[in-house]
Structure formats: C-alpha cells, structure tokens
Ligand binder design. Sequence first.
Ligand code: GLN
Length: 592
Amino acid sequence: MVQPAADATPELSSASAGPTWFGHPRQLARLFTTEMWERFGFYGMRALLTLYLAEHFLFSDSTTTGLYGGFTALVYLTPLVGGLLADRYLGSKRSVKFGAILMSLGYFTLCFGGQTAKPYAVIDGTRYEVQVDKSTEAKQQYVIDGDKRLAIKGNEDGTVTLTAPDGSVARTVDKGKFEAGGERSHFYTMVMLIALSMVAVGNGFFKPNISTMVGTLYAVGDRRRDAGFTIFYMGINLGSLFSQLLCPWLAVAVGWWAGFGLAALGMLFSWSLIQFDGGRLAGYGEPPQRSGKDRSLMIYALSILAVPVVWFLFVNLMNAPAAQEGSGIVGYLLALPLMGKLLFGTFIIAVPLILIWSARVGTKVEFQMMLAACVLIIFNVVFWTLFEQAGSSLTLFANRNTDLSVFGLFTMTAGQTQFFNAFFIVALAPFFSIMWTALAKRGFEPSIPVKFGVALAGVGLGFLALVWGANYVGADFKVTIWWLALLYLIHSMAELCISPVGLSMITKLSIVRIVGMMMGLWFLSISVAQYVAGMVAQVASVETVGGQVTNLKVSLDTYVGVFWTIGLVSIGIGILLVLLSPVIKKWMHGVQ
Ligand code: GLN
C-alpha cells in the first residue's frame, strides 16, 4: 500500500518546511528504511512459504495454495482493525513498533519446522513408504514394496505406473486408487500456523500505519506528496528485491530455518529503526490527544489473544469439506470455510450498503463519486486475484515447469523468481512517473478507470505470454526462465498503472465522513482478492507425491489451461472497464 492515508495536520506541516532528504521532509528517510526492512522480511518469507508448505510439510497443492490464500487474505484484512486502533488509541508509531515485534516473532517461529514430513502412498487401501531421490534434477519418487523400489510415474489418463529397476512395469494403478500423503508432526504444524497468525496480526498494526505516517509528513496541498509515496514504494520493492534473492538461496543452501531466520532478522532491524529513531520521528504518528485512560496495554493483550483466533480460522480453512457435487452455487458458498464466508459476506454486504447510505445522505455528485469508487474497488479484486498468483501457483510453476538456468551460468531457485517483480518495479517506476507527467502536460494522461482497465488487460496479457512460451518447451516440459521474466515484466507494468493510484483515489472520491471506512473497503477488496487467488491456484493443483509432481506434462497442461482462462477473462474485463471508463470518469467529477 502506498498512498496517503491521512492528511497532515497544520502543526505537522513544519516537516514540509524543514530540512530535506532528496527534496522531501527528512523524516521520510527513516520511514523509507523502516518499511524497506519490513518488506525485506515479509517478501523473504513469502518467497519461501508455498514451497515450505508443499515440500517440507508435504501438503497437497490444494491445501498449500488454499492456506497461502487464506494467510495472505488475513494479512490484508487485519489492517482494517490495525488502522482503526491506531487512529483511536495507539497512534501510528506505537502501532508500527508493536506490529514489527509480532511479525519478527512470527518469522522467527517459522524457523522451527521439525523434521520434513514422511511421504507415503496408499494404493488400493495398503500403505507404502515413499522415497524421493533429490540428488537428480528429476527428483524421482519411489514406492517401497518390501525389498522392491518401484519408480512412480503419473500418466495422462490419471493412472499411475510403478516401474521396477530393470525397466519392467511392475504395476499400473487405476485412476483414483493411488493416494499420496505426508506424515507430519501435529505439533510443528500448529507452530507454523501460530507463526502465520502472528505475522497476520502484526501486519495489521504495521502496514497501514507506516503509510499513514508518510502521509502526515506533507501539509495539505504539498505537491511533493505523490512523489514521496513513489519513493516510499521504491523502498518497499528494494527491500523485497534483496530478500527474495537471499532467503530462498539460504533455504536451499542451509535450510528452511536459515531463510526464515534472515526474514526475522530483517524485521528485527526494521523494528530497531523505528524504536531507536533518535528523536527523528518525534511528533509524528503520536497517539491522539484524548482524555481518559491509556488503553494501550489492553489493546496489546487483546491482539495477542487474536493470534489463537486467527489460528482457529486457519484450522477451519484446512479442514473445510469440499462442496457436495451438484449442490450448485449455494452449496458451494455454504461449504466455504469460515474465513471465506466472513470475507465474501462482508464485501458483498458492505458495497451496496455504503452506496445506499451515500444515495440517502449525499448530494447527487457525492453519490456518483462514491459509485465510481465502488465500481473501481470491485475491479480491483480482479487485478490482485491474478497478480497474486506470484506467491503460489506461479512459484509452483517455476519449481516444476521452468528451466531455472540463467544463460547456463547459474541456476536460480524457484522462490527466487519472485524477485523479478520487485526488480522491474524499481527499474520502471521512475520511467512511469516521468511518462505520466509528460502525458499530463500534453493533456493525454489516461483517466484512472482507463489505467485500471489497462492494468487488468496487462495482468491477463502476462499470463498469455507465458502460455505462448509453453509452445516452445522441449522434452523436459519446461519453459525457459525468460518467459516467466516476461510475465513479471508485464505484470509489473500493470501494477504501476493501478497500485500507486489506489488509496489516494479513494481519499479523493469518498464522502469525507466515511473516508476511513472506504479505505477499509479498499483493503478488504485486496483481502478478498488474496482469498480468491488461493481458490484460483487451487484449480491449478497438480497431483504430487513427496512434494514433487508425478508427470511434468500433466502439470504443464494444467497450468497452461488455468493461465489461459484467467488471462482471457482478465483481458475481457479490462476491455469492459475501458469501455465503461467514459461513464465512470463522468461520475468522478474531475478527480484525477
Ligand atoms: N507490493 C506492494 C506492497 O507490498 C503492494 C501490495 C498490494 O497492495 N497488494 O506494499
């Protein structure tokens, strides 16, 4: 999140006039580094999480991506509460400090994962041990049947062939009769879920409030504000760029714990920067002036109690039964885990209610502006749903169907491919800034709805580029890494059309009295998107044994099928939005 969440109060406008850092209030430097190291931790952890769930805990693809989607959904849901508590009681700075501690404890806790789960297979009701040979590129899995070691190969028709060392087929297992699983420690699974809960709660305190603090550095009408947020956005991506390279490297070279450990250290450093700010941030993000009792201790205690509540939501999510076949959309909605019901329910009720309220209390112009905001918020869900495949299905794709060798010089790890996004943002953000300004001067800057539409079409186009690349795979069913890089290049350009517009647009379109609630709705839309992203990634699930796929052609076909569909749908929705843009622009009454 990048945009101003609060206007400067008059007494803080001194920052605008005081000493500068690259032409900006010097406090921006400290907020920049604090956020840079926080994102270093978050994205370092994110680069590992999906693979950790799939290869260490040996969860099925569906459980892995569902849990990942639920976790990231909560990461974007908690800022609703964290922002509110900061505004009312804690102040932004104390909230950021508290969030930093919780997040760093969360990453640190992730270092404790116990032994890798033991893979097994159940064939026709009998359970067999499974071994995975990780020394070769193919990572071949074997069923151990007495003294026989039979290689496992999934077939396109869903059957599984078990081959003896002499190459003879020992057995062909019918479709659906081969079930793979992992025997994992309940204790360490619980530890991991608690760690994720701490990160989700901590992020709620950290993320919205550090952005708010950036907003308070600029007086109302200070024209450097947008540039300040662009610099801040560069900090976000600079931090994530390095950790997405380093943490996955450590995880492979040393162990998962080392990758998560580095994320925890980065987060701890972020905390130390804001905790020991040497008075640099004095007067910024302070608690509101309220008479009455200081409620901070109670809030900290309640937040810690929220950790087991979030943990419960995760457990509920993982154990949710599938909808009964043929039960339709209603059956599907009823079968959703609590978290899904909560997210969709709130979103579906909140949008019309806010609009009805606006129609009743606002003028016609105000109502139309709110309508424009709500329409764009709904389209926003589509963008992030596709974009956020990065951490889940795209990372699994990188792991399985991508040749990760870079010019034959060295090989990247699958988690490291997430770095492309941050890299392209850092490289392209200045050009985009210059481009928008140049276009604006000539009166050609696209309107906000057009930018949103282009972003949606772009995110879809990125997937189609990868699908195109899949035509050129060799016998190993792997695309070269450059196709994935191309997808991220297009996705990053799309991100630059939508993300740096986000909240500032909301603040401008919203009826002032409910601007906080509208920002909450914006966060909620990203949260819903993360959840839907998990569901989309679940559709791209592939059968795995011991965390590895059993047939690379089948997995390639599955990914290509899903990416093709979501690519087309998103381009279609993007075009629709561009077509609607004149109407939406009219409803915006001059807001740019
Ligand atoms: N990459 C940005 C960040 O981490 C934006 C993420 C988002 O809004 N979904 O802040």
